[in-house]
Design a binder for this molecule. Structure first.
Ligand code: GLY
Length: 420
């Protein structure tokens, strides 16, 4: 197949890598220096119509859309209108991620378990609501904010500041919207479902680490490291399939917007059972960098089957090994990351992959060009060994001031030691 992957981060590097290792010819836009080693990079305007025209010109068999912003911009709709198979939800269906107020209301309509919440379109109403609330409390920007639109406020003053921020940063203040919801306790787990809108296959569950500092402290990021598989019980897994994923897909069909692509359920394993923290409409980043190296079957074929409404979950096969991802972020992230810092990469052994997330090449030198710069993955028979190898590799990267968390996997008792 000729596959066009849209995006240029670590997730897209993992998608390109998964397609290329099955022998597909891969093209990518805008790509990054790591992706350029595996795929032909195409220059293109990044709006939906230009991308769909590019897919037509390049006669690709399949488009795989990585980032949520392209889905929300209608890339899949634009490709479909031109007869090009595109993996990912339509603009309407991607609302499940892009509009968190709508998404919460959808969950209520379809009985999908989630936190108690109230959605506000005005700052005054939201601030007044805080008067009757307890802390900690969760404040979410209802629009797309690259994982950084969530504040877990330890005080009502902090909650009020987060609300003021949401209503002041909105380009179009009339579109600003905030969700105020109860804080849920428990382990957080990411469950990704590849789906054609009805049938679905779950990837192994994984756990991301969302704050910048160890001990789950500091501001939220897009994700600083992942362990996979997360040890979910069979009963939780069955509950997630039957009470969360299946009713969500059925609800989307019933509301006239079947969801084809990756349904990413960010879940909290609360004392009352798994509940949805949020839905995303695409592969997680860096979850993709942990999950896709374990995929043994053909990602591009699964994506094409999903687009055609013919996904056979039995054909989706994962290795029973474990993987760990350590993110190296630029100094300053998640605020204002320093760009242009030289990055020197070590050699990698089998089962080690350095995914590029925010890099660029200037005059032959690799440099940081974004917040999360590299996602370092190791696959091994045990999670401890995968962590040990990923950390050892991360420590060999030459990147002054790089930030990384040293406690990835700690929440589930994993630690970076070689198991024998
Ligand atoms: N890792 C979190 C996300 O992809 O949104």
């Amino acid at each position: 197949m000729r596959v066009l992957v849209i995006g240029g981060g670590g997730r897209e590097h993992a998608i390109v890598h998964a397609c290329a290792r099955q022998g597909h010819a891969v093209l990518c836009t805008p790509g990054n220096p790591g992706i350029a080693e595996l795929a032909r990079i195409l220059d293109s305007a990044q709006d939906a119509d230009a991308l769909a025209e590019l897919a037509v010109r390049e006669a690709v068999d399949l488009v795989v859309v990585g980032p949520e912003a392209y889905l929300a911009a209608g890339v899949v709709d634009a490709c479909t209108a031109r007869g090009v198979p595109a993996f990912g939800p339509t603009q309407a269906a991607s609302r499940l991620e892009g509009d968190k107020g709508w998404s919460k209301a959808f969950m209520l309509r379809h009985g999908v378990p989630t936190a108690q919440h109230v959605t506000f379109n005005d700052l005054e109403g939201a601030l007044a609501h805080l008067d009757s609330q307890f802390t900690p409390i969760v404040i979410k920007d209802a629009t797309l904010r690259a994982g950084k639109g969530v504040t877990i406020a330890g005080s009502l003053t902090e909650a009020a500041a987060a609300l003021r921020d949401i209503f002041s940063v909105a380009d179009n203040k009339s579109a600003a919207c905030a969700v105020v919801e109860d804080f849920m306790t428990g382990q957080e787990v990411s469950v990704l479902a590849l789906t054609d809108g009805s049938a679905f296959a779950l990837t192994p569950p994984s756990q991301d680490h969302k704050t910048i500092y160890a001990g789950d402290t500091g501001p939220m990021t897009g994700g600083m490291g992942v362990v996979c598989p997360f040890p979910l019980s069979e009963s939780d897994l069955t509950y997630i399939r039957e009470r969360i994923i299946a009713p969500t897909l059925a609800g989307m069909r019933a509301e006239g917007m079947p969801f084809q692509g990756v349904l990413y359920a960010g879940l909290m394993l609360t004392p009352d059972g798994p509940k949805v923290v949020e839905f995303n409409a695409r592969f997680g980043d860096p979850e993709a960098e942990a999950v896709l190296p374990l995929l043994q079957s053909d990602l591009a074929q699964h994506c094409l089957d999903a687009v055609r409404g013919e996904l056979d979950p039995q054909t989706v096969e994962f290795s029973d090994e474990a993987s760990a991802v350590i993110v190296l972020a630029a100094p300053g992230y998640p605020g204002d990351p320093v760009r242009g810092v030289p990055v020197g990469l070590p050699s990698t052994a089998e089962n080690e992959i350095i995914y590029h997330a925010g890099t660029r090449e200037v005059g032959g030198e690799l440099q940081s060009s974004g917040g999360r710069v590299l996602a370092i993955t190791a696959v091994a028979p045990t999670l401890n060994t995968a962590l040990a190898r990923a950390y050892a590799l991360a420590d060999r990267v030459d990147f002054a001031g790089a930030q990384l968390r040293r406690d990835i996997g700690g929440r589930i008792g994993a630690r970076a030691v070689e198991d024998v």
